[in-house]
Design a protein around this ligand. Structure first.
Ligand code: HEM
Length: 469
């Protein structure tokens, strides 16, 4: 090679290097994206890939969060379950994340999406999500659920009767109550033919929900995936029967099947399975905590008993029918506060997940695109800045409305719970009968909590259960 050629190659290398240096210098002084110059929130990221997953799950996750908040403040970074993330315990910041749907989207592991059904409401944003939300909300407005009180009452009475004189696991029995109410709201009271099949398949699906996502014959995950197919087939069968009979139905399936809804059968099945999932364990867990707190706070139980007996006395005196109606359920202020206080103190959903859709600047920090963001409901509900003596069970604190955004047991914003009214109604109805007709005492360890994934009293709260008289 000639000397001039070598010199030319050397020159072109040098010019490329210089150009590169010039570009970098230019963007340093005139950054193209100001956000990327911002610092990340304080905190530590732990080990490569595994991050701080073990620290978080080797203890009560709330201890992990509380320690971090003490050290780094209400917004800190970490790395869990293979993802970098920002955790947030400031009420206004949590509201920002939950309400800015254009910046943060819901995010779930792929295995959970496959199990519940990829077209279920939780996983979506935009027009498809808005349509589903409208259909679900329509079925669960106070106006729509008013008429369900007698049917819910009869489910509650049957459940309570079946517990009499037995040692029961409160959570399991509450789950049996809440799935029956869920099926009532979804399929109406006449769907008795397929109800047992639906429950059987759902129980198998549920057993595999938290299993390792290995889809091989014999694994829990495989059985759950098979059960989800059976569930979808059963829903398809009910849809087909309804189409033949051309009858109108005021339940959730009726709402999903309406022409205006424009949903395919597969979309309907995914969302029916999704709503059973969202409705059942949540409400059963809260009811289990209520039973525990009432047992531990005799003065609150006594005042609640008086509230419910007075409803019965009024009915007797006026010669009104003894069964509960909608206006009775609006006349239970103390019981409603007991539910609120339990939702706060038990905070069964400790946190939720969102993902940043783009680089987001927040309070002087950068939340990079693709990072997970976790609003920490439980820490917000347990902060002394938001609730005085936060560890004390005190329903009277809800005589005054909590400060804005400090109480969000049903979430906030675009994905806030559309089932909150029916959840409260079914809790009030069951509590009315539980408190007026029964007494109970818990058995075994008293203060343990297990996470699976909701925070639950240890072993599901075993208790013995007797009629009052
Ligand atoms: C006490 C019981 C319940 C609690 C504490 C609860 C809590 C929540 C929370 C916190 C969210 C929002 C999650 C997030 O933003 O990531 C949510 C969403 C949801 N809940 Fe509930 N829930 C309860 C009962 C119910 C019931 C009875 C139903 C049945 C209708 C239901 C249906 C749903 C649905 C469909 C969503 C998803 C909404 C969407 O993505 O747009 N929930 N729930």
């Amino acid at each position: 090679m000639e000397l001039t050629t070598i010199f030319c190659i050397f020159l072109s290398f040098l010019s490329i290097l210089l150009l590169n240096l010039l570009i970098k210098t230019f963007f340093f002084f005139f950054p193209s994206n100001v956000k990327t110059q911002l610092p990340l929130p304080p905190g530590t990221m732990g080990w490569p890939y595994i991050g701080e997953t073990f620290q978080m799950y080797s203890q009560d996750p709330n201890v992990f969060f509380a320690t971090k908040i003490k050290r780094y403040g209400s917004m800190f970074k970490s790395h869990i379950l293979g993802y970098p993330c920002v955790m947030i315990s400031n009420p206004d910041a949590a509201k920002f994340v939950l309400t800015k749907a254009q910046l943060f989207k819901p995010t779930f592991p792929d295995s959970k999406e496959r199990m519940l059904g990829k077209q279920a409401i939780f996983f979506h944003q935009g027009a498809y999500h808005a349509n589903l939300r409208k259909l679900v909300l329509r079925t669960f407005t106070p106006e729509a659920i008013k008429t369900l009180v007698p049917d819910i009452e009869s489910i509650a009475q049957n459940c309570l009767r079946s517990w009499q004189g037995k040692l029961i696991t409160t959570f399991l029995e509450m789950k049996s109550y809440t799935i029956n109410v869920a099926l009532l709201t979804i399929f109406g009271k006449d769907e008795t033919l397929n109800a047992e099949d639906l429950k059987r398949w759902y129980y198998t699906l549920e057993r595999g929900y938290n299993s390792m996502p290995i889809n091989l014959p014999g694994t829990l995950f495989h059985k759950a995936m098979k059960a989800r197919k059976e569930l979808a087939d059963t829903v398809a069968q009910i849809i087909s029967t309804r189409r033949k009979t051309k009858q109108e139905h005021n339940d959730l399936l009726g709402s999903f099947m309406s022409e205006k809804a424009g949903l395919t059968d597969e979309q309907i099945a995914d969302n029916i399975i999704g709503v059973i999932f969202a409705a059942r364990d949540t409400t059963a867990t809260v009811l289990t905590w209520i039973v525990k707190y009432l047992g531990e706070n005799p003065s609150v139980l006594e005042a609640a008993t008086e509230e419910h007996e007075s409803i019965l006395r009024c009915k007797e005196e006026s010669g009104e029918e003894m069964g509960l109606n909608w206006s009775d359920t609006k006349n239970m202020p103390l019981t409603s506060r007991i539910i609120q206080e339990t939702l706060r103190i038990a905070s069964i959903l400790s946190f939720t997940f969102r993902e940043a859709i783009e680089d987001v600047e927040f309070q002087g920090y950068l939340i990079p695109k693709g990072w997970k963001v976790l609003p920490l409901f439980r820490n917000i509900h347990h902060s002394p800045d938001n609730f005085k003596e936060p560890e004390k069970f005190d329903p009277s604190r809800f005589e005054v409305a909590p400060k804005p955004n400090t109480f969000m047991p049903f979430g906030n914003g675009t994905h806030a719970c559309p089932g909150n009214e029916i959840a409260k109604l079914e809790m009030l109805v069951l509590l009315h009968h539980l408190i007026t007709k029964y007494r109970w005492s818990t058995v075994g360890a008293k203060n343990g909590i297990q996470y699976g994934p909701f925070a639950l009293p240890e072993n599901g709260l075993p208790m013995t259960f007797y009629p009052k008289k």
